[in-house]
Design a protein around this ligand. Structure first.
Ligand code: GAR
Length: 192
């Protein structure tokens, strides 16, 4: 689905819950001359999310909403997303499942990165489960978001080999490196 209109950059919001290394990488991407996005907003469900500092450091507006009740969090998010005319939402380590109402409202405009080769290992603890399962490969996937966990149409995927002595940490580190490559690529793919 094409979201970009003319040669204007697409107004983008990033949702995070934690460290925000993907956010940091997407901010870097957004600053490239030919980047198709402009990051206007960062939303977090967690006021302690370390990634929030990247918003502050880059003078990007940040909002923290309580998503314990998902509808309240979504309602508050919706208000500012509309106000800022956001056309693309990138989930980057956002650990909440958005409702059907919300995902329908932004159909084809919410994407997520997940640290596994979907449809394998949806949900949490992907690296631990991939190692335990003696998989030869793990990887990462960028996909459209629906209300069904990690199940929307796949945009891009990258395989990462699992080494014999891999720990959750070493595998996570190797997969993250690839996440930083495929997330910008996937954004360019859907917007160009
Ligand atoms: C990333 O590995 C991302 O793929 C994963 O959380 C990490 C966030 O890291 N997302 C999920 O597991 C979503 N189901 P970051 O905060 O450093 O970008």
């Amino acid at each position: 689905m094409k979201i970009l209109s003319g040669n204007k950059k697409t107004k983008t919001a990033i949702f995070i819950s934690g460290k925000g290394t993907n956010l940091k990488n997407l901010i870097k991407f957004s600053k490239l001359k030919n980047s198709p996005i402009k990051i206007e907003l960062v939303i977090s469900n967690n006021k302690y999310a370390k990634g929030l500092k990247h918003a502050s450091q880059n003078k990007i507006k940040k909002k923290i909403f309580n998503f314990n009740n998902i509808y309240n969090g979504e309602k508050k998010s919706l208000k500012i997303l509309l106000k800022k005319k956001i056309k693309l939402i990138c989930l980057a380590g956002f650990m909440k499942i958005l409702s059907k109402n919300f995902t329908k409202r932004f159909k084809g405009k919410i994407i997520n990165i997940h640290p596994s080769l979907l449809p394998k290992f949806k949900g949490l603890n992907t690296h631990k489960r991939a190692i335990k399962n003696k998989e030869k490969f793990s990887g990462c996937t960028v996909h459209y978001v629906t209300s069904k966990l990690d199940s929307g149409k796949i945009i891009l995927q990258k395989k990462v080999p699992i080494k014999k002595n891999d720990t959750v940490y070493s595998l996570q580190k190797r997969v993250l490196k690839e996440e930083y490559k495929i997330y910008p690529k996937a954004i360019s793919k859907i917007l160009n």
